[in-house]
Ligand binder design. Structure first.
Ligand SMILES: Nc1nc2c(ncn2[C@@H]2O[C@H](COP(=O)(O)OP(=O)(O)OP(=O)(O)O)[C@@H](O)[C@H]2O)c(=O)[nH]1
Ligand SMILES: [Mg+2]
Length: 309
């Protein structure tokens, strides 16, 4: 299973300062400029014939930057056209993208530890991120229901590992947020290993959950890059956990002061590049406006569908 997982991660933290990737600009529609390559799937040629093909070739800018795209199995990078890239993301839609709508969702269980989680072979996605970043809200948005997962203005609402079964076929897992417990704030300037201690109990989940397709790492796009988020991404990468960056609160525009969500996202990506030669899939969302909701579901459907090939 680990081999299967790592195939899609393309996260190989590197300490090499020589790994330079071009900087980029960002807007909701110009997702082509934020591409990242993922691990080429050794079996991808098998499915290439079924890849969506359109006649429009890549623009020059897109060609220059396509190495940043998330290209799933079933497509060769040179087959990618602008129309195949999900808006507000670097994600290419391939032949594995299928029915992505959520028709039913049921709460299954709250678990204290990884070993208490449902024993099941069905695939799952974990929502991870700082307290208050919008994990539970995103679950509700994806399900188009208000109270599947409980949300709050106060950080620390979700305290356990919560499993939700979707369409009787796969799980969404709501996790407690990190970076909230005041008792642990003293770690703010401590070495990464010490600061990550807060997550000891969810760490067990990431390291042992065989059915984990990907972690959706939620990053608040309304604030500048936070070290704890970068540390978390680095930790997941080092542990070969597939990751998708889901930028939340993209509806929040700062009036006058502070940077816009797209600028914060760009800064975050640039910070990530200092340690990563390649960038995982990423997507812009807002649970308030529904931005990115259908696109994220489509992305999850293709991850799910090629996960166990
Ligand atoms: N403007 C805006 N607010 C949001 C969005 N998503 C979440 N929020 C707000 O952010 C606050 C926290 O949302 P939650 O979904 O409870 O956050 P969480 O990450 O689950 O928090 P914990 O359970 O404490 O870890 C709530 O007040 C939400 O209404 C969004 O996309 N846009
Ligand atoms: Mg929550």
């Amino acid at each position: 299973m680990l081999a299967l997982r790592t195939r899609f991660v393309a996260l190989s933290p590197s300490s090499s300062p020589s790994l330079k990737t071009p900087l980029f600009s960002l807007s909701f529609r110009t997702s082509i400029s934020h591409s990242t390559p993922q691990n080429p799937n050794p079996r991808s040629s098998r499915h290439a014939a079924s890849a969506t093909k359109t006649s429009k070739p890549l623009s020059d800018a897109a060609k220059a930057l396509r190495t940043f795209l998330f290209v799933p199995p079933g497509i060769e990078p040179e087959e990618v056209t602008d129309e195949m890239i999900l808006p507000g993301s670097n994600i290419v839609v391939g032949p594995y993208a299928g029915d992505s709508k959520i028709k039913e969702v049921e709460f299954v269980k709250s678990s204290i530890r990884a070993k208490d989680c449902p024993r099941d072979t069905r695939p799952e996605f974990a929502m991870l991120g700082r307290s208050n970043v919008g994990k539970s809200s995103l679950i509700n948005a994806l399900c188009r229901k208000k109270e599947v997962a409980l949300t709050s203005k106060k950080p620390g609402k979700t305290q356990l590992i919560n499993h939700f079964l979707v369409n009787k076929g796969w799980y969404i897992v709501d996790l407690p947020g990190y970076g909230h417990d005041p008792a642990l704030q003293r770690f703010a300037n401590a070495p990464e290993a010490a600061r990550m201690d807060w997550s000891a109990f969810t760490k067990g989940y990431f390291l042992n959950r065989e059915t984990l397709v990907a972690v959706l790492l939620l990053i608040d796009a309304s604030v500048p890059p936070q070290k704890i988020d970068l540390d978390c991404a680095n930790w997941l990468g080092r542990n070969n956990t597939p990751i998708t960056f889901v930028f939340t609160k993209c509806d929040k525009m700062k009036g006058g002061k502070g940077k816009r969500p797209d600028e914060n996202i760009r800064d975050f990506q640039e910070a990530m590049r200092q340690n990563y030669p390649e960038h995982p899939p990423w997507i812009m969302t807002s649970s308030s406006t529904g931005l990115g909701r259908d696109e994220l579901l489509l992305h999850m459907s293709q991850l799910r569908n090629y996960w166990d090939i």
